[in-house]
Design a protein around this ligand. Structure first.
Ligand SMILES: [Zn+2]
Length: 354
């Protein structure tokens, strides 16, 4: 019998729940099209019913339930288990989410920022499974971040550490929802890619993008990427901007942390080929710590691109690479949360007994 946990990824558009065993095997995954606009209580009710269903099913066939981990898009206060700020979850602010769910389910619940959960997922089973220390930047509608040190999420004082999307890439840049100007999120999110395309079209310098924008009712960052791949220069330039902003921020992170690995994930990371050259060039230019620790080019590629084969830490070098788990990173990381909480608790209990 292998213990299992339940991970929840509470997104803006849907709610995903999975039962995952302690080896990282997904036993079952459910996607609920729960719209958060339908209200907090409705979302919590549907989430708890689905969790209960999975818990009952796998308790009998698999074994002990370690607990429940929930990734939430917002700033979490760890001590109280409350959401302090979440633009994507109206009505959740200052509400005792953890306590409410624990009461309904009678099980231990760990609440975590969704990007922190994704970083933990990549550390556990993805690109960073061979290192103890890493950080991850998730490029989605916004830009999230997570820092993992000694295989544990770095929470800072209250749980709000790792907001890498709001590091300044250009102090004179566009205003950000957080109050700052020129945050990484304003250059490297799907929203930013679309905005930069609209700006290029408005300047009259991107005729092909203008045509695509007229023809495609669902014009998105994905379309801009497809055009970049097809060789459209204005579209390619947008991803150069994405890469430079990411490079500027990762260079700072390298200088501050000197970690062995920096992982880039989220939907926009599918455009890795379009932005990685500018990213790596910027990092090399801006960070002397990177230059001192850059991986040696191998036959399989240069710099971060070679991580999945022979570049794994023979000589200790700084690896910048893309995530491996795709959309499951946050879900797997969320399931990992209660497992870690138990690992931490066990030695303490043993000490008390002794
Ligand atoms: Zn910001």
């Amino acid at each position: 019998m292998i213990p299992f946990a339940i991970g929840v990824d509470l997104g803006g558009t849907n709610l995903r729940i999975a039962a995952v065993d302690t080896n990282g095997k997904i036993l079952e995954k459910i996607t609920l099209g729960t719209e958060v606009t339908r209200g907090r209580d409705k979302v919590i009710f549907e989430m708890c019913s689905a969790i209960q269903g999975l818990a009952t099913k796998y308790r009998s066939s698999t074994g002990h339930l370690s607990g429940i981990g929930i990734g939430v898009p917002g700033i979490i206060e760890m001590q109280t288990g409350m959401v302090r700020e979440s633009p994507n979850l109206p009505g959740w602010q200052d509400y005792p989410v953890r306590q409410e769910i624990e009461q309904r389910l009678g099980t231990h619940v760990v609440l975590e920022n969704d990007a922190n959960a994704a970083a933990l997922g990549e550390k556990w089973l993805g690109a960073a499974s061979n290192v103890d220390d890493m950080c991850m930047i998730t490029l989605g509608t916004g830009v999230g971040g997570g820092i993992v040190l000694q295989s544990r999420i770095w929470h800072g004082m209250t749980g709000m550490a790792g907001e890498l999307g709001h590091i300044t890439a250009d102090p004179n840049g566009p205003p950000c929802g957080c109050g700052n100007h020129g945050c990484l999120e304003q250059y490297a999110s799907a929203t930013a890619v679309k905005r930069m395309a609209v700006e290029a079209v408005a300047m009259g310098t991107a005729p092909e993008l203008a045509r695509a924008m007229n023809e495609e009712p669902e014009f998105s960052s994905k379309v801009v990427y497809q055009m970049a791949v097809q060789g459209d220069e204005p579209a390619q330039q947008i991803f150069v901007q994405v890469g430079r902003a990411l490079g500027a921020v990762i260079a700072d992170l390298i200088n501050v942390f000197n970690l062995p690995m920096y992982v880039v994930g989220g939907g926009v990371s599918h455009a890795w080929d379009a932005f990685a050259p500018a990213l790596l060039e910027e990092v090399r230019k801006n960070s002397f710590v990177y230059r001192a620790t850059a991986p040696v080019p191998s036959a399989h590629g240069v710099q971060g691109a070679a991580i999945h084969d022979d570049a794994l830490p023979v000589r200790r070098s700084t690896i910048i690479t893309r995530a491996l788990l795709g959309g499951d990173a946050g879900l797997l990381g969320a399931a990992r949360l209660p497992m870690i909480a138990q690992e931490v608790k066990l030695p303490e209990q043993e000490l008390k007994r002794a």
